[in-house]
Design a protein around this ligand. Structure first.
Ligand code: COA
Length: 440
C-alpha cells in the first residue's frame, strides 16, 4: 500500500483513539511542546469506562480534566517525572506521584520497572512526507523509546509542528493509528531578567570562554545570560532543551558550533520549548540535530565535548553544597530532569564546568536560598560530592574539592548580605563548621 493510502487507513477520530485505551493499562504521553492536546483533553471524557489507568508523563503544559478534576480518582493515576503547574496543584490530592530519575534513563527505567510496561503511547508528529515518514518534531526525550516499547501507538498529527531533523523520523507503518488536530503550539515565552538575574548572567559569562559548548537549562536564569554572551566567539550547543535564547545567539553569529567535538557544526538537543521564533528556527534546519534524551543526556556523551559548560538553576543550596532544585521543603515542585546528568557530564569534559546559578533570595527577599541546612523534606538534585560551581548575584563559589568549612565560607560570601551573619551563626551552632578560619 502506498504511504498516503496507509495514512488514510490509519486515520481515526480522537474519541475513537481514546476508546482504544483499556482499564488497568499504562498510557505513556509525549512531553512538553510535543504533548498531544487533543488526545489529552479527550481522556477525562472516558473516565466512566476506565478504571485504574496509569498515565506516565513529564512536564505537561496544558490544563486537562484527567489531571485536575477530583472526580478522576480511581480512574486515572498520574506518574510524573517532572511536574508542571497543574501537577503542583493536584499533588496533595493523592492522584499523582513523582518518579525520581535522571533524564537520560527516564524511558529505560519505565521499561525495566517490574510490571510497568507502557501499553499505549499518545504522541504528536508532523504530517508524513511522500515516502511515509513523519517527524516527531519538538520532542525526542523519551518519545521514540516509548513508540518502540508500546503495544499501541497513536499519534496526533499537527501541520503546525516543525519538521525537525536528526533521529526524529518514524514511518507511518510503525504507527497503529493517527488522529488529526492542527492546534496552535504550546509556547513558553522567556521572562524579562531581573537585576539579580542580570548580575548572575554577567558572572556566568566570565566563566565561558570562546569555543565552549553550552547546555542551558529551564527557568529564568539560563535565559537571562544570553545577552551577556554576545561578545563570545564560536560557541556550541549540546543541550537537552533548545531555547529562544539560543536562536538569538545563533543569529548574532555567536553560536557557530564550529569548534565542537561531537556533531561539529550542529546544535544538539532532545526537545524544544519556547516561542514560534524557536519553532521556525528548528524547522528543517540542518544545523539543528534532535537526538534521543538517552543520547543527549548521557553524562559520558556530554563529557566528550571540549570545554562543556552546563548552566542550570536551583531553589536552595546548603553550606555543604547540596543542591535542591525540585522541591520547596516537602512540597514537590518540578523534577531532576537532566540537571544531574548535565552537571556531571560537564565535569567529565576537558576544561568543563557544571554551573548552578540561583538568586540569593526568594519570596521578595524574605528568605535566603543559601542555607545552613536544606529545609526539612527538601529533595537533593545534585549531591555535595557532585557539585562544582555555584553562582549568585554576589559572585562565584568554586566548590569542587573544597572541605566543608571552605565551602561554607565560599557560599556565605555569595549569599545575600542581610543573611550572612545568620547563616554563619547557624552553621556553627549546628556544628556543621564549629569554627571558621577567621575564628568566631
Ligand atoms: N524557598 C521558598 N520558595 C522558593 C525558594 C526558596 N528557597 N526558591 C524559589 N522559591 C519559589 C519562588 O518564590 C517561586 O514561587 P512562585 O511560583 O510562587 O512564584 C517558585 O519557587 C519558583 O521559583 P523560580 O526561581 O521562579 O523558578 P524558575 O522558574 O526559575 O525555575 C527551578 C527554577 C529550579 C524550579 C527549575 O529550573 C527546575 O525545575 N530545575 C530542575 C531541573 C533542571 O534544571 N533540569 C535541567 C534543565 S532542563
Amino acid at each position: 500500500m502506498n504511504p498516503s493510502d496507509l495514512y488514510k487507513k490509519k486515520l481515526i477520530t480522537i474519541p475513537e483513539a481514546v476508546g482504544k485505551l483499556q482499564s488497568h493499562q499504562t498510557l505513556g504521553l509525549a512531553m512538553a511542546a510535543s504533548e498531544p492536546p487533543g488526545l489529552m483533553a479527550e481522556l477525562g471524557k472516558h473516565k466512566d469506562r476506565l478504571d485504574d489507568v496509569s498515565v506516565w508523563i513529564c512536564l505537561p503544559l496544558g490544563s486537562y480534566d484527567f489531571v485536575l478534576d477530583p472526580e478522576m480518582e480511581g480512574h486515572f493515576f498520574i506518574e510524573n517525572w517532572f511536574y508542571g503547574n497543574a501537577d503542583r496543584k493536584v499533588h496533595s490530592q493523592g492522584r499523582e506521584s513523582y518518579i525520581p530519575n535522571n533524564l537520560h534513563q527516564a524511558a529505560s527505567c519505565k521499561l525495566y520497572a517490574a510490571n510497568n510496561k507502557v501499553n499505549v503511547f499518545f504522541g504528536t508528529a508532523t504530517p508524513p512526507d511522500e515516502r511515509g515518514f513523519l517527524s516527531l518534531s519538538l520532542g525526542l526525550v523519551i518519545e521514540k523509546q516509548l513508540i518502540e516499547m508500546a503495544d499501541l501507538v497513536i499519534l496526533e498529527i499537527n501541520e503546525n509542528l516543525p519538521w525537525t531533523l536528526g533521529d526524529t523520523q518514524v514511518h507511518i507503518s510503525e504507527v497503529d493509528y493517527v488522529v488529526e488536530n492542527h492546534a496552535p503550539l504550546a509556547q513558553l515565552p522567556p521572562t524579562l531578567p531581573t537585576d539579580a538575574e542580570e548580575a548572575i548572567g554577567g558572572y556566568i559569562a566570565e566563566l565561558i570562554e570562546d569555543g565552549s559548548t553550552l547546555q542551558l537549562g529551564i527557568g529564568g536564569i539560563p535565559n537571562a545570560i544570553t545577552p551577556f554572551l554576545m561578545k563570545r566567539k564560536d560557541l556550541g550547543i549540546h543541550t537537552e532543551m533548545f531555547t529562544d535564547g539560543m536562536v538569538d545567539l545563533y543569529n548574532a553569529g555567536v553560536i557557530t558550533n564550529r569548534r565542537k567535538t561531537l556533531w561539529k557544526g550542529k546544535m544538539v538537543g532532545a526537545f524544544a520549548l519556547g516561542t514560534q521564533k524557536l519553532y521556525d528556527f528548528v524547522n528543517n534546519n540542518l544545523g539543528v540535530e534532535f537526538q534521543q534524551g538517552s543520547v543527549t543526556n548521557d553524562p559520558y556523551v556530554i563529557g566528550k565535548n571540549y570545554r562543556m559548560i552546563s548552566i542550570n538553576t536551583a531553589l536552595q543550596v546548603d553550606v555543604i553544597g547540596q543542591v535542591c532544585s525540585q522541591s520547596i521543603g516537602y512540597r514537590h515542585f518540578s523534577g531532576t530532569g537532566g540537571q544531574l546528568d548535565t552537571h556531571r557530564g560537564a565535569q567529565l569534559s576537558e576544561n568543563g564546568r557544571g554551573i548552578i546559578a540561583l538568586r540569593s533570595t526568594a519570596k521578595n527577599g524574605t528568605v535566603s536560598t543559601i542555607v545552613p541546612i536544606l529545609s526539612e523534606g527538601a529533595e537533593i538534585t545534585v549531591p555535595s560530592q557532585d557539585v562544582d560551581t555555584i553562582v549568585t548575584e554576589y559572585g562565584i563559589a568554586d566548590l569542587k574539592g573544597l572541605n566543608v568549612r571552605d565551602r561554607a565560607e565560599a557560599l556565605i560570601r555569595i549569599s545575600h548580605p542581610d543573611f550572612r551573619d545568620q547563616i554563619r551563626e547557624e552553621t556553627q551552632r549546628f556544628g556543621i563548621v564549629p569554627r571558621f578560619k577567621g575564628g568566631r
